[in-house]
Design a binder for this molecule. Sequence first.
Ligand SMILES: Cc1cc2nc3c(=O)[nH]c(=O)nc-3n(C[C@H](O)[C@H](O)[C@H](O)COP(=O)(O)OP(=O)(O)OC[C@H]3O[C@@H](n4cnc5c(N)ncnc54)[C@H](O)[C@@H]3O)c2cc1C
Ligand SMILES: *[C@@H]1O[C@H](CO)[C@@H](O)[C@H](O)[C@H]1NC(C)=O
Ligand SMILES: *[C@@H]1O[C@H](CO)[C@@H](O)[C@H](O)[C@H]1NC(C)=O
Length: 402
Amino acid sequence: MAFKKIIIVGAGPSGLLLGLLLSKQGVEVDLLDADTKVSDQPRAAHYASPAAYELDRAGVLDDVKARGFQFKTMAWRKPDTTFVAGITTEHLPADYPHRMVVLPLDLLGELLVEHIERQPTARVKWSHRVLKVGQETDHAWVDVETPTGQQRMEADYVIGCDGASSTVRRELFGPEYPGETLNAQIIATNVYYDFTKYYDSDSSFIIHPDNLYMAARISNDGLYRVTYKEIPNLSREEYIARQPKRYEEILPGNPKPGDYRITNISPYKLQQRCADSFRVGRIVLAADAAHLCNPFGGLGLTGGIADVGCLHDALMGLHTGKANESILDTYAEIRKKIWTEIIDPLSRENFARLHQDAETARENDPFFRLCVQAETDADLSREIALGYDKLRHDMTQYYTEI
Ligand SMILES: Cc1cc2nc3c(=O)[nH]c(=O)nc-3n(C[C@H](O)[C@H](O)[C@H](O)COP(=O)(O)OP(=O)(O)OC[C@H]3O[C@@H](n4cnc5c(N)ncnc54)[C@H](O)[C@@H]3O)c2cc1C
Ligand SMILES: *[C@@H]1O[C@H](CO)[C@@H](O)[C@H](O)[C@H]1NC(C)=O
Ligand SMILES: *[C@@H]1O[C@H](CO)[C@@H](O)[C@H](O)[C@H]1NC(C)=O
C-alpha cells in the first residue's frame, strides 16, 4: 500500500542515501538529525563496488568521481615498504562503471545533501534529536527534541540510520549492542605527506604486529589517511601527544613534525557488533545502527550502503504493492546473514593479516598466495577486484507481481 511518509532517523551517509533513493521515487521522506550539519570526523573514504552501484542508482556517482577519484591499486608491504602482494583494478573492463571510488565521508555527506535538497518530497531537518520511538498497528512515531520544543512525528515506517550509538536500536533492544570491542587501539589521521616518494599504490598496508598501519590517498591534492596501531588503554590526550613519535617510528622517511601537516586526528576502538534483529514491525535498522566492524578493508559503510540498497527495494516493493510486509523480514534476515557470514569474519581477517611476519607472508598467507597467482592470471585478478560484490543482494526477486 502506498506510503504517506517515511521517517529516517540520522542524516549520515546511509540515511541521506536512503532518503535520496526513496524521494527520487516520489516517496515523502523526513530526515531527522540531532546535529546542526554533516559530521566532519575522519572516517570512511573508500566505497567498494556494491556501494558504487547504489551511488549510481541514486544519481550521484558521477559527482563522486568528479570530486574524488576511482581507485586503482592496493598493496601490502613490509615495514621497509618492500612489496608483498597486491590487488589491482586494471583488468576490469575499461567501461566497468562501479570501480571502488574514494571521497572523504564529510564530502560525500555534503554531496548527498545537495542532491536531496533538489527533491521536492524530501526534507532534511537538522537539530532534530529523536528521544523515543514507538508504533501502533497502522503507524510508527518518534518523539523529537527541536530548537522550538518537543514534538511527536508520525510515519508509515521509521528507519534507524542513526549510527553506532543509535537511539532507535536502544529503544527496540535496550542499551546493550551485542558483540565485542577488540583489545586493540587505532589512531586515524588525515595528513599531507608525500608518500609517492616511497610507494605508488593508492592504498598501502604495512604488516607488523605493533607498527602496522594503512596509508591511503583520499584526495586529488595529496591528502592521505594514515591509520596506525597504538598500545591500548591510554587517554585521547596521551594518544595525541604520542603521534609525532609514532609517525617517526613507523612512516617511511621517519618524518619529524615539520615534514608533514596533519588536518585531523581521532583515536578509535575496534568494534565487531550486530543488533539482535534489524526489524521490529514498522521500525527498521540499517548501517552502523545495525552492525559495526573494524575499518580494515573498508567494509563498514560499504556494507551499510548495501543495506540501504536492499531496504530501498524492499520499501519500494511495499509502496507499489509488489511485496507484502514479509519482505522487511527478508531484508532483516539477509542483511544480518551477510554481516555474520561475510563482513564480520572478513574484517577480522583483514586486521589479523597485518600482524603476521612480513618476511614470509607472500609465501604463507593464503590470500596473498591468491594475489600472487593473480599477477599472471587476469581472470583471477578481475574476480578478486570484484570480491566485494558478494555484499549485494537483489531484493526484487521477492516481488510477487511485476
Ligand atoms: C577510522 C574509520 C575509518 C573508516 N573507513 C571506512 C571506509 O574506508 N569504508 C567504509 O565503508 N567504512 C569505513 N568506516 C565506517 C564508516 O565510517 C561508518 O560505517 C559510517 O560512517 C556509518 O554511516 P551511518 O550513516 O550508518 O552512521 P553515521 O555516519 O554515524 O551517522 C549517524 C547520524 O545520525 C545522527 N544521530 C545519532 N543519534 C541521533 C538521534 N537520536 N536523533 C537524530 N539523529 C541522530 C548523527 O548526528 C549522525 O549524523 C570507517 C570508520 C572509522 C572509524
Ligand atoms: C586494557 O583494558 C581492558 C579493560 O579494562 C583490559 O581487559 C585489557 O587487558 C587492557 N589491556 C592492556 C594491554 O593493558
Ligand atoms: C507475502 O509474500 C511472500 C512472497 O514474498 C509470500 O510467500 C507470502 O505468502 C505472502 N504473504 C501473504 C500474507 O500474502
